[in-house]
Design a protein around this ligand. Structure first.
Ligand code: ADP
Ligand code: MG
Length: 140
């Protein structure tokens, strides 16, 4: 297994309920280290760009509205097999399908307000990290 970096967002439903620490604890307990972190309010342009791959999906506009509805915390996570490990600790997109103990099973409100984002591949992790952090802001 390789040391990897992945990109995480603690979404507005979680920051609104003051769950930044609780979500981060789940990530850290899974063996992931937070090597960069910043709280930001995404602009519409940033959210649209970030979710560009979903532009044709029926939920795209609602997703962009939701992601700009309040502050988020963007993070770079580092660890062995970090991309898959993060997806595992996040749980399924729909919290109704998420395994017990996962972030989404414990904290998500719905399929759209589902508390966290995590990169789904090494290629996307690199693209997503680069949208928010420069290399000197990541301290491993
Ligand atoms: P994931 O975040 O698990 O990688 P996707 O990449 O498929 O899931 O979707 C991105 C985000 O879009 C989801 O996290 C969720 O917030 C939203 N989303 C996905 N599917 C739906 C849906 N059917 N209805 C509403 N929102 C959705
Ligand atoms: Mg995704």
């Amino acid at each position: 297994m390789a040391m990897e970096r992945t990109f995480s967002i603690i979404k507005p439903d979680a920051t609104r309920r003051n769950l930044t620490g609780a979500v981060t604890k789940k990530l850290e307990d899974a063996g992931l280290s937070v090597v960069a972190s910043r709280r930001v309010k995404l602009t519409e342009a940033q959210a649209k760009k970030f979710y560009e791959v979903h532009a044709e999906r029926p939920f795209y506009n609602d997703l962009v509205s939701f992601m700009t509805s309040g502050p988020v915390v963007v993070q770079v996570l580092e660890g062995e097999n970090a991309i898959a490990k993060n997806r595992e600790v996040m749980g399924a997109t729909n919290p109704a399908d998420a395994d017990a103990g996962t972030i989404r099973a414990e904290f998500a409100e719905s399929i759209d307000a589902n508390s966290v984002h995590g990169s789904d591949s090494a290629e996307n992790a690199q693209i997503e990290i680069a949208q928010f952090f420069t290399e000197d802001e990541i301290v491993g």
